[in-house]
Design a protein around this ligand. Structure first.
Ligand SMILES: [Zn+2]
Length: 69
């Protein structure tokens, strides 16, 4: 997995995006554990995680807030 949690980020917007990512990732993990997902469901959940990561990366690129940590 990515080492995102290893970075202490002081930017609140980044923290929000990061928690979105963790939430999406945890939801996917929990659902996978609970029951057999369809391919479509699995892809949808994976997309959410990927989008959360993309938003976070985009924010980092624009804001450069990871470096402040
Ligand atoms: Zn930021």
């Amino acid at each position: 997995m990515l080492l995102l949690s290893a970075f202490a980020v002081s930017c609140p917007e980044h923290a929000r995006l990061e928690s979105d990512y963790f939430e999406a990732r945890d939801r996917m993990r929990n659902l996978v554990r609970l029951r057999q997902l369809t391919k479509a469901e699995e892809r949808q959940l994976a997309d959410r995680v990927a989008m959360a990561i993309a938003r976070m990366k985009e924010h980092e690129a624009e804001h450069g807030c990871r470096r402040q940590a």
